[in-house]
Design a protein around this ligand. Structure first.
Ligand SMILES: COc1cc(O)cc(C/C=C(\C)CC/C=C(\C)CC/C=C(\C)CC/C=C(\C)CC/C=C(\C)CC/C=C(\C)CC/C=C(\C)CC/C=C(\C)CC/C=C(\C)CCC=C(C)C)c1O
Ligand code: SAM
Length: 327
């Protein structure tokens, strides 16, 4: 195949001008690319690779982590009240649905990454405890010859109300974890719960450790989503499940308009009034718009090695739950 012809106006093309001769068969980027020396090409590639976005702002990859840290450090104390205010409590139903989809049985080892103030972890513990109690009741009912005293004694002797389940909350932000730990004490969640400071892109765990990996409203904030997905795959046991609850793309045009209005006109105002922080909530709504849609994210999960990847859109696609298995 003959090499594409350049118009010779490469300097202009290089600056992003369109070709005025109409004679150039190279696409704009390609034209400047073709003229660049190999080392310049490499440099340019590295420069572009080192850039990412923080909301609608373009920042270097090194900068992004620090900026995200500041956001959650700033909102940590008001995080829970803000979520109820912004969503009128709807975020609770989304989180409940995530746990229902997981349907964890006693003994499940869960890693909740970007677990923040513990919303997923506490729901998991409550669900598993209820499952365990149901199982115990069934077992006891099967032993019909036992007296009520004996049944009560068996309940008292029960050492682990979770049947061996454990949830590890891993988050990069000390302030979010601090709020979570206090909430755990207030709500009486002590057993089966551990808190770890760690980065989703470089998890401080060995391979093949967990039955389930969850990440709720977290992956959008990570600098390299592909690395976080690869780490999720690494730490799951074979047969383990990946579950992600994240903002997604609204599929109804009218709802989408209203949602945009609400997001950009109302949410930062609520952020300012309740948390004294307009910018963090501006970042929230912008980061939602930058996140891949349901299908694109599904492909990213598959690229990380997960199989049987599916998703369910909730509330007209405002959020979606993606699921995949390490097989
Ligand atoms: C910094 O990063 C973060 C910080 C955080 O605190 C949290 C996160 C992670 C996020 C979560 C865990 C969840 C947070 C939840 C949300 C961001 C909100 C999700 C949104 C919804 C569930 C509601 C979506 C809204 C619609 C579909 C459109 C309906 C909107 C309207 C009727 C209002 C339209 C707005 C205007 C016309 C502008 C002028 C209006 C006013 C000044 C009145 C203001 C009205 C209200 C405050 C009412 C709000 C209405 C609703 C919430 C509607 C609920 C109804 C339905 C969903 C059907 C994090 O990363
Ligand atoms: C919106 S909160 C979600 C908290 C919780 N999962 C929930 O559903 O309420 C996002 C969390 O992601 C954490 N985060 C951001 N980047 C992270 C990273 N690279 N590794 C681990 N956690 C991260 C933040 O510190 C914050 O606690």
């Amino acid at each position: 195949m003959a090499a594409p012809r350049s118009c010779g106006l490469w300097r202009y093309c290089c600056r992003g001008w369109s070709c005025s001769t109409g004679d150039c068969r190279l696409p704009r980027l390609h034209r400047s690319w073709a003229r660049a020396t190999p080392s310049a090409r490499l440099l340019s590639q590295e420069k572009r690779a080192a850039e990412t976005h923080f909301g609608f702002e373009t920042v270097s990859e090194e900068e992004k982590g620090g900026k995200v840290y500041q956001v959650f450090e700033s909102v940590a104390k008001k995080y829970d009240v803000m979520n109820d205010m912004m969503s009128l409590g709807i975020h609770r139903a989304w989180k409940d649905l995530l746990i229902k989809k997981m349907h964890p049985l006693p003994g499940t080892q869960l890693l909740d990454v970007a677990g923040g103030t513990g919303d997923i972890a506490f729901r998991f513990l409550t669900y598993v405890q209820a499952q365990h109690q149901r199982k115990r009741r069934r077992q006891l009912r099967a032993q019909q010859n036992l007296s009520w005293e004996e049944i009560a004694k068996k309940y008292q002797n029960e050492e682990d109300p979770l049947g061996g389940s454990l949830v590890m909350v891993c988050d990069i932000n000390r302030e979010m974890l601090k709020v979570g730990k206090q909430k755990a004490l207030d709500q009486g969640h002590t057993a089966g719960l551990a808190w770890v400071l760690g980065d989703a892109e470089e998890l401080p765990f060995d391979d093949d450790q967990f039955d389930v990996y969850t990440i709720a409203f977290g992956i959008r904030n990570v600098t390299h989503i592909d690395r976080a997905l690869q780490e999720a795959h690494r730490v799951l046991k074979p047969g383990g499940r990946f579950l992600c609850l994240e903002f997604s793309q609204v599929n109804d045009p009218l709802i989408s308009r209203l949602y945009d209005l609400y997001s950009f006109q109302v949410i930062p105002v609520i952020g300012e009034v309740i948390a004294g922080d307009w910018k963090s909530y501006q970042y929230l709504v912008e980061s939602i718009r930058k996140f891949p849609n349901q299908e694109e994210f599904k492909e990213m999960i598959e690229d990380a090695g997960f199989q049987k990847v599916t998703y369910e859109s909730l509330t007209t696609g405002i959020v979606a739950i993606h699921s995949g298995f390490k097989l």
